[in-house]
Design a protein around this ligand. Structure first.
Ligand SMILES: [Zn+2]
Length: 625
């Protein structure tokens, strides 16, 4: 770090905004936060991501892939083994336990009472009803029609797994009798069954998990599936996401139970029970767990030739969703949805798109937004959008009805990318999101920015993954005043910005170095208008690299604005796409040296559609190397 301290300078934002709107009446800053990291060697010990839902239940991300379903040496109803493709989905890490069921004021039918024991003596339709209640509690669309009990697979809520999904998750890439191999003597370590259960169920999660981290897939209680049972099912099953018969009398059960033999706990073993029996007669060895579809391949893609084995992890992630186009700005505003359209078209036209792992974002939970923004502000954004207010805080930042929702997904896009990097699903990632973020202050929108995506991302890394030190590199042509303000007295986040100066938003002088414990952890390198590739590369090599290596971050984030590119509508700099490639290489190298290449970059500004798209392409090409 450098040596001198300084007081945080107070910037007259209102005056600057006024000046900005005078000189740039259509001002806009598009923020691309680009995440990038170094590539890892192929990793066969794939561990899917685990999330905790809004109602506090852990779920495992099950990647799409091929399943060899059934067993040619198994019972008649398990033959013939056949290959099916399973789309990605989320599955409960544990069987549903009694305390979770009681949340919804449903009478607990279990025989072996204990809050942490699996729910049992549950009939199929009550399990489906629980799925619907849990969906409603999380604002999701329920899957089950409560009259006909038909399942709507298009809904985004919880449901019971299909039989194929269940077996796919249980096998976790294996083709052996059990998820741990063929040696039945090992079953005691993985399952509660007739030989070791002492005639009862046990709290979930006490035995070893399967390779994907799912517990009690063998034994404890048998689990309801969504499918109607058919003995001849394996002879006629479709080859993609089979869902069982349309009608039937009995529903499929999988996984064996505390009162059953080792043979009944095999991955491909099938059983069934009447679907709508009386609760009083229901079996105390039958429970369930929930799944949720991952639409748009949200979890991952895998190589179809891998036969259900784990996907490769060396790709670069690309966070994008059409919802980002729903944040509408005023006509002629440079921060337009077309920016993202141009990027995606460019990547598709030049063949990069199929090489990326496209990650679908979800809205950030409000608790995470609150790590950077005041509750009052968040509520104000929400209400302003709902009321159809035209601008937020200044004429810089036009909003539309959906802008609040989109801004949540922009921040959530950071989380998707960070999670994917941390779970080693990707080597690094770029987030093609809008609205941008680096001007947004705790309680105020600025310069086209609503929520400060990169700042929220840094807090997410620190709190969720317990990684202490985050480096934020901001090469947007404008100074990231919002990001600077958030971390000004914080030594755990090194903020490095190089930008045109003097320029909007007026902050970003060399003298702004941080305060208190954060002194010298805020580094501004202002550059005169007209600076180009060689000027930026010199700054990155001589100023960024030494302090970054000394700081030794645990994660690197890039506020990747491309409005410093030659020909930008707002910026006055001259970086070429090849120049951005070199800057990317320097930042990527820092991540490789310090933190196993963990790097996520997010779009900030960039208003010349062609130049921005070309620059993003070169940026991503370096991430993919
Ligand atoms: Zn900018």
């Amino acid at each position: 770090m450098s040596e001198v301290g300084n007081q945080k300078s107070e910037i007259k934002y209102s005056v600057l905004c006024f000046l900005f709107s005078v000189f740039c009446p259509l001002s806009s800053v598009l923020c691309l936060l680009v995440f990038s990291g170094c590539r890892k060697a192929e990793d066969t010990s794939y561990k899917p991501e685990v999330i905790t839902t809004k109602t506090g239940i852990e779920m495992v991300a099950i990647p799409a892939g091929w399943l060899l379903m059934g067993d040619d040496n198994g019972a008649a109803d398990e033959r013939p083994a056949h290959k099916v493709w399973i789309s990605a989905f989320w599955m409960d890490k544990y069987e549903v336990v009694q305390e979770q069921f009681r949340i919804y004021q449903l009478p607990d039918p279990s025989h072996f009472k204990n809050p942490k024991n699996p729910l049992e003596r549950i009939n199929w339709s009550d399990a489906a009803l629980y799925c619907n209640d849990r969906s409603r509690a999380e604002g999701l669309e329920p899957c089950y029609d409560e009259q006909t009990w038909q399942c709507n697979f298009e809904a985004n809520g919880y449901r019971l797994p299909t039989e194929a999904e269940w077996e796919y998750a249980c096998r976790a890439g294996t083709t052996t009798k059990y998820s741990f191999g063929n040696d039945v003597r090992k079953l005691k370590a993985y399952a509660w069954f007739a030989e070791n259960s002492s005639g009862k169920t046990h709290p979930v999660g006490q035995k070893k998990p399967n390779p994907w981290g799912l517990y009690d897939m063998h034994g404890n209680v048998a689990e309801w599936c969504n499918d109607f049972y058919s003995e001849s099912y394996y002879k006629q099953s479709p080859d993609r996401d089979p869902k069982g018969l349309v009608e039937g009398e009995e529903k499929v059960l999988r996984g064996g139970a505390w009162n059953l033999s080792a043979d009944s706990c095999r991955s491909s073993y099938r059983a069934s029970d009447p679907s709508l029996n009386d609760t009083c007669l229901a079996n105390d060895a039958i429970g369930f767990r929930c799944v949720r579809s991952a639409h748009n391949n949200a979890i991952t893609q895998s190589n179809p030739e891998q036969n259900g084995l784990a996907p490769q992890i060396s790709k670069t992630g690309f966070v994008y969703d059409d919802i980002y186009l729903e944040h509408k700005t005023t006509s002629g505003h440079p921060e337009s949805p077309q920016r993202l359209v141009a990027i995606v078209e460019k990547l598709k036209a030049n063949g990069l798109y199929p090489e990326l792992l496209v990650l679908s974002p979800e809205p950030a939970a409000r608790e995470w937004i609150e790590t950077v923004h005041s509750l009052h502000y968040i509520e104000r954004v929400k209400v302003s959008c709902e009321n159809g207010t035209a601008y937020l805080d200044s004429l810089d930042t036009p909003i539309s009805k959906k802008s609040y929702e989109v801004a949540l997904v922009a921040a959530g896009g950071m989380f998707t990318a960070i999670d994917a990097v941390m779970q080693k699903k990707v080597a690094n990632a770029f987030c093609a999101v809008r609205p941008p973020g680096h001007h947004a202050l705790s309680d105020r929108a600025m310069g086209f920015c609503i929520f400060n995506n990169v700042a929220i991302g840094a807090r997410y890394i620190q709190k969720k993954y317990k990684l202490q030190k985050v480096l934020i590199v901001d090469w947007d042509v404008h100074h990231g005043n919002g990001t600077q303000a958030v971390f000004y007295d914080d030594p755990t986040v090194l903020y490095f910005s190089t930008h045109q100066y003097p320029f909007y938003p007026g902050t970003g002088s060399k003298a702004e170095k941080g305060s208190g414990k954060g002194l010298n952890y805020n580094i501004n390198v202002p550059l005169p208008a007209g600076s180009g590739d060689s000027d930026y590369i010199k700054v990155f090599r001589e100023k960024l690299e030494p302090v970054a290596l000394e700081f030794s971050p645990d994660f690197v984030l890039v506020s990747a604005g491309f409005d410093a590119c030659k020909g930008d509508v707002l910026g006055g700099m001259n970086i070429t796409p090849q120049g951005f490639a070199q800057l990317t290489q320097i930042v990527k190298s820092i991540a490789q040296k310090c933190c196993e290449g963990r790097l996520v970059s997010i779009l900030e500004g960039g208003y010349n559609l062609d130049a921005q798209a070309a620059s993003v392409e070169e940026h991503i090409r370096v991430l993919m190397k």
